[in-house]
Design a protein around this ligand. Sequence first.
Ligand code: SF4
Ligand code: SF4
Length: 127
Amino acid sequence: MSFLSMTRNIAENLFKGPSTRRYPKEKREYGLKSRGMIGIDIEACIFCGLCSRRCPTGALTVRKDQKEWEIDRLRCVFCGYCVEVCPKKCLAMANHYSPCVTERAAAVHLERQALRDAADAPAEGKE
Ligand code: SF4
Ligand code: SF4
């Protein structure tokens, strides 16, 4: 490296600022189409189980009788297949990732549908 190019390099580095980000103070802005955390509009879900049957990593569990949908975020590989196959289009990928966890159990996220069906159903004996 010649003296001239070395001086230019030093001058550039003096004024350019750091190449790295000061995380967590400075967070990365992800693109709008980034494949991130899977979310669900649980009220629109019909608990058909298609997402869990098609998930290649077994990250999803659907319990129709309990009206529950569960995701193990540490198993998800962000393939987006569940979002694609959902007949109600109630799954979506956010453009950011889920928060870090220190225990495996903390990565399991459960959503339960409100028991509105029971409230909406006609009272016993009435039709
Ligand atoms: S595929 Fe969609 S509607 Fe079916 S259980 Fe999964 S999230 Fe619910
Ligand atoms: S994005 Fe892929 S790996 Fe993640 S829950 Fe959906 S189907 Fe499973």
